[in-house]
Structures are given as structure tokens and as C-alpha cells.
Design a protein around this ligand. Structure first.
Ligand code: CP
Length: 354
């Protein structure tokens, strides 16, 4: 069976099948090895153009999309809101149309408004990747989280995952709720009542999601404890009495972590507020996989750019693009570039016939 990503865009996790998610994770796994090479580059997206359009601050996502594109040999252009003509009054759609006139293959967008990537996808011929839209979705974060969990636990099926903190404002929580339940994990969301409303239990279409009012109840027996950042920039009304009080009642400390399974892992999407949602001894402790998440973010973004940017047709579950490129670049760099491009083009043509 050929498992391809049946999407032109990656706008969210909601709507992706378990097979599509697994295919992205398997593809990411093959790209991890590229970052361990002396020459960290494969020719896969040579001649393709990726525009990173960021209207919100970002360290991890923007940098890893840039590095991912460059390691795949794409031409990568970075635009942020302060240096774009949006500051002169241009609308998002006019910006997108003007970028389209330069024929990019992929546009990666982060925007404070939910639905901004969907708007772009409606007017753009390029593939659009959602790098975080308001409080809606952050699909590549959920994918990198899943890859990290899968590496540690083998599978997500049957795992108990606690997601703690500011659920209300979190696109990471929404994307993870969809992804984790689609792959068979059960998820407990927990935080203050103002930030973890009970209605969130119905977020996942297939069930597997619950909301706890005490974070201890969510942590107890968990295989994975995922802590979310308190998003002070999105809280325009009083959701919390004080950050100090939040740290006391809802922060992940070593004492609270002892309620989880002995081999439980700790995750955080970053950036962290140390001493508020997570104590430093947990964040820097042996069970923390926070930097593994960042490393996996690069592999996931390489996979997403590859699958949406022309590599999808070349892929089936038995093909390893990174290994293929490695073998070819080691024998003859020029020949390898041509032959891999030819293989991708042939497979692409093949998939467009079917
Ligand atoms: N996790 C995450 O999206 O981090 P950045 O805001 O630094 O991209």
C-alpha cells in the first residue's frame, strides 16, 4: 500500500488521518540522520523556494523551518512582520498575492489570528504550512511532540498524556489533543478553571480526552507530562490571581512529577517560564526531553517541506529519502542530485496519473 500525504497544505492536525500522521513521523525519522552528518544537506528540494512569513515572535519554529529548508537545498526567504510592508498598511492577503507573484513553492506562516493560514491557502497556488495561528493550531509542534514520545515509548497507543496549564490560549494543546487521540493515546487536560474549561473534553472528535480541575489528577499514572507556557501576551483579562499563585497551585515540581509513572517523560514546547509553569529542577532533570523536542522539530519540518514541496510523490513507506540521498551524495554529488531529482520527478508524474 502506498501511503502518501493527501494534502497540498498543512493547516492543522484536525482532519489528518492516523496513516497520514504516521507517514509524516516515519519520514521525519529518516531525516534525523541528515543532521548528524558532517555535510548536513540533501538535494531534495533544489530549485524550490520556501518563504517563511512570521507575524509573531519565534525562536524554535522559525529557525527550524529555515534550517530545514536549507538542509533540503531549497531557497529560503525569511520575512517578519516588522520588516514587511504590513507595517505600511498592506493587508495579509495583498502581501500573500505579491509573494505569489514571485512563484514560491511553499509559504510557511505564523500569525496571531486563527485562520490566517487558511485564508492564504484559499488564494495561493503555493502550499501553505501553518506554523501557529493564534490559539487555533500548531501542527508541526504536535508532530514533533509525537515523534519525541514515539522514540521514547515505541508507540502512542494506550499511553496516558497529561497536558497542563493554559489550555484555553494554547494552539499546542489543540493540535496535540487531535494528534494524540487520533494515534490512540488518552489525554487529560488540566489547569485553573479559567484556563482549562470543561468544554474542552469534546475537542477531540473520536473521544479520548478529559479535563481535570486538579493537575495532580491528570499527572497521576501519566506516561507523558506536557507543560504549557502561561501566555501572558494573550491574556487580556484576569485569568489568574497572580503568577506566584499559579506557580504554587499549578506549576510542575519534582513533588508533583512523582505522581506520574516512574518512567514518565516531561515535555514543554517552549519558550518556558521557569519557576512559573515548570520548576528548573524538572525542566533540567533526567526525565526532561525539552531539547530532544527541538531537535525533532527540525526533522519534522524537513519531512513536512519534503512531502508538500515535491517529495510526496516519491515517497512510499518503504522509501527512505535521506538514505537515498546519502548513498547518492557519497558516490557522486552531481550525479546524485540529478538522479534523485529525476526519481522525485518521475514519482511525482506517476502520482499525478493515479
Ligand atoms: N514552540 C514554539 O512554537 O516555539 P517558538 O515560539 O519559539 O517558535
Amino acid at each position: 500500500m502506498k501511503a502518501v500525504l493527501n494534502q497540498k497544505h498543512l493547516l492543522g492536525i484536525r482532519g489528518l488521518s492516523a496513516e497520514e500522521i504516521t507517514h509524516i513521523l516515519d519520514t521525519a525519522e529518516t531525516f534525523r540522520e541528515v543532521s548528524e552528518r558532517e555535510i548536513k544537506k540533501v538535494p531534495t528540494l533544489r530549485g524550490r523556494t520556501v518563504i517563511n512569513l512570521f507575524f509573531e515572535p519565534s525562536t524554535r519554529t522559525r529557525t527550524s523551518f529555515e534550517i530545514a529548508g536549507k538542509r533540503l537545498s531549497a531557497d529560503v526567504i525569511n520575512i517578519n512582520s516588522s520588516s514587511s510592508s504590513v507595517t505600511k498598511g498592506e493587508t495579509l492577503l495583498d502581501t500573500a498575492r505579491n509573494l505569489e507573484a514571485m512563484s514560491p513553492d511553499l509559504i510557511v506562516i505564523r500569525h496571531p489570528s486563527a485562520g490566517a493560514p487558511h485564508q492564504l491557502a484559499r488564494v495561493c497556488r503555493a502550499g501553505v504550512v501553518n506554523a501557529g495561528d493564534g490559539a487555533h493550531e500548531h501542527p508541526t509542534q504536535a508532530l514533533l511532540d509525537a515523534l519525541t514520545i514515539r522514540q521514547q515509548k515505541g508507540s502512542l497507543r494506550g499511553l496516558r498524556v497529561a497536558i497542563l496549564g493554559d489550555i484555553l490560549h494554547s494552539r499546542v494543546a489543540r493540535s496535540n489533543a487531535h494528534l494524540l487521540t487520533t494515534l490512540g493515546a488518552s489525554v487529560s487536560l488540566a489547569g485553573p478553571g479559567t484556563l482549562a474549561p470543561p468544554e474542552f473534553a469534546s475537542l477531540a472528535v473520536g473521544g479520548g480526552l478529559r479535563v481535570e480541575s486538579r493537575i495532580e489528577d491528570a499527572i497521576e499514572g501519566a506516561d507523558v507530562v506536557m507543560v504549557l507556557r502561561i501566555q501572558r501576551e494573550r491574556q487580556d483579562s484576569a485569568f489568574l490571581p497572580s503568577l506566584r499563585e499559579y506557580a504554587v497551585h499549578y506549576g510542575l515540581t519534582l513533588k508533583r512529577l512523582r505522581l506520574a509513572k516512574p518512567d514518565a517523560i516531561v515535555m514543554h514546547p517552549g519558550p518556558m517560564n521557569r519557576g512559573i509553569e515548570i520548576s528548573s529542577d524538572v525542566a533540567d532533570g533526567a526525565r526532561s526531553l525539552i531539547l530532544d523536542q527541538v531537535a525533532n522539530g527540525l526533522a519534522v519540518r524537513m519531512a513536512v517541506l519534503y512531502l508538500l514541496g515535491g517529495g510526496a510523490g516519491a515517497l512510499n513507506v518503504s522509501t527512505n529519502p535521506a538514505t537515498q540521498a546519502k548513498v547518492e551524495t557519497e558516490s557522486s554529488p552531481e550525479a546524485s542530485t540529478e538522479s534523485l531529482s529525476a526519481a522525485v520527478a518521475a514519482a511525482h508524474a506517476d502520482s499525478s496519473k493515479s
